[in-house]
Design a protein around this ligand. Structure first.
Ligand SMILES: Cc1cc2nc3c(=O)[nH]c(=O)nc-3n(C[C@H](O)[C@H](O)[C@H](O)COP(=O)(O)OP(=O)(O)OC[C@H]3O[C@@H](n4cnc5c(N)ncnc54)[C@H](O)[C@@H]3O)c2cc1C
Length: 431
């Protein structure tokens, strides 16, 4: 992006990325990767409150694998190289869904694997990449407390990150901003469902006896609070990642699920002794009622608040990588950052109907997921889950699901759409 904006190199930037998490770092890495020369990257500042990165999450996704089991490179109309390929710590050729005594194992006929990236590998690799590019600065231990659009730029107030005791603030300016925070106007609690989970990575004294299969939805079940399941990844013969997960209608702190995760672990490991080596937890919105949009074209939102997570699954990592490639290309070629691309309308509608069905009939959820696993082939289901279904895949998914509750919820969704449209119409009239 050849601009001459910066007057003061310590405070004026072409681009400021708010948040050095998955989206912010993915964009910065894509800028480094796609720029023909490092100096073609615009002067960029990434502001991140953390003082250091930790292994705070496990990113898993499906991708086609080459003969080394590494995720195959993908191209989105560019020379895009799959960032995740060399970060993968483990891949599974099969994955399983189970409820009560029934289980369905899926293996792709088209070479898809389920891949696992420990977040610390990603953070460290991107930090190394950024250290080699003089045009990008990663400022840790700092947070953005205010953004003020002024005539020819955007002013940002920076303060110390939460883990820094002394507080100092300074003002920096940007030609444009990519904001990865979840903005205040987005209420995660209002999303149709919240995927709330708590995970324990444990080292077992004696090897476990589990097969080398990713248990993506194990023991699907229902209680008074709704639908839940375990997510189990055998990382090696002695190491398991066990996450207890709920699709909750009400807001729920993720930490409150720790005892459930321990119980799931105990059920799986019996009396075997283990040591907890790491914990992770989170809340992912499923079916946000709106997504973050800024009124200033120089300030775009991205990440979870802007629709990064697929509503029906909560998977976001690969979608963020795809967006980062597109956004970096836009910045390098046209000098303009781009927000999250909208999903295909039919896919989004199906996701909403699916979520509405689960939200209003949690007891049906195990049956819905087991029907999909048993009636839709692995490759069709994968194309659906990874955002690229053809019409036949969509049809196969629809036909696999029980009709009556879905039809009811489809009508409810149409009604909700009409009410929302009428509301926004009235709002414009009042203005
Ligand atoms: C434990 C966990 C496991 C997950 N596992 C998977 C998975 O297996 N597969 C998958 O597809 N998705 C997964 N996800 C979902 C999704 O991929 C991640 O949440 C991902 O990190 C979202 O990226 P993001 O950039 O939107 O948010 P983040 O990565 O959280 O980045 C936002 C950044 O903004 C920073 N920030 C906040 N406030 C400020 C401020 N005022 N100023 C500056 N910076 C600020 C934060 O410190 C943070 O670094 C998981 C999520 C969690 C929490």
């Amino acid at each position: 992006m050849p601009t001459n904006r910066p007057d003061n190199p310590d405070s004026d930037y072409d681009l400021i990325i708010i948040g050095g998490g998955c989206s912010g770092l993915s964009l910065a890495a894509a800028l480094c990767r796609l720029a023909v020369q490092p100096e073609h990257v615009p002067r960029t500042l990434i502001v991140e409150p953390r003082s250091r990165y930790t292994n705070d999450r496990s990113w898993c996704f499906w991708a086609q694998a080459d003969h080394n089991n590494q995720a195959r490179q993908e191209s989105y109309g560019s020379e895009a190289v799959d960032t995740a390929a060399d970060l993968i710590a483990k891949s599974w050729p099969s994955w399983e869904f189970s409820a009560e005594s029934e289980s369905h194992r899926h293996t792709s006929g088209e070479g898809w694997h389920y891949h696992y990236v420990p977040s610390i590998r990603f953070y460290e690799q991107v930090e190394e990449q950024l250290a080699q590019n003089p045009k990008i600065t990663l400022l840790k231990s700092a947070r953005v407390s205010e953004v003020k659009p002024v005539e020819d730029c955007l002013e940002l107030v920076l303060e110390s990150g939460s883990d820094v005791t002394e507080s100092a603030s300074r003002v920096v300016t940007a030609g444009q901003i990519v904001d990865t925070r979840i903005p205040d106007q987005i209420d995660i609690g209002s999303s149709m469902l919240k995927q709330v989970f708590f995970g324990l990575e444990v080292r077992l004294e004696t090897p476990h006896r589990m097969e080398d299969v990713a248990q993506v939805m194990k023991d699907m079940r229902v209680d008074n609070e709704g639908f839940m399941f375990d997510y189990v990844l055998p990382l090696d013969r002695h190491t398991l990642l066990v996450e207890f997960t709920r699709f909750a209608a009400k807001s729920l702190p993720a930490e409150s699920l720790r005892p459930d995760a321990l119980e799931s672990l105990r059920r799986m490991c019996g009396d075997a002794s283990f040591q907890i080596v790491r914990e992770e937890c989170g809340v992912i919105p499923m079916g946000l009622s709106g997504s973050a949009v800024s009124t200033d074209p120089r300030w775009i939102y991205t990440g979870l608040g802007a629709g990064a997570a697929r509503p029906s699954t909560g998977y976001a990592f690969k979608r963020i990588q795809r967006w980062a490639e597109i956004c970096a290309e836009g910045i390098l070629k046209e000098g303009k950052a781009q927000g999250f691309p909208p999903d295909r309308a039919l896919l989004m509608w199906m996701d909403k109907v699916f979520l509405r069905t689960i939200a209003s009939n949690p007891a049906l959820a195990p049956q819905l997921f087991m029907s999909l696993a048993s009636k839709v082939s692995a490759d069709r289901l994968l194309r659906f889950l990874t955002d690229r279904p053809g019409m036949q895949d969509l049809l196969a998914v629809m036909l696999a699901l029980p009709k009556l509750p879905l039809i009811r919820c489809a009508f409810a969704e149409i009604y909700a759409g009409i009410v929302t449209a009428n509301r926004s119409h009235t709002w414009h009239e009042v203005r």
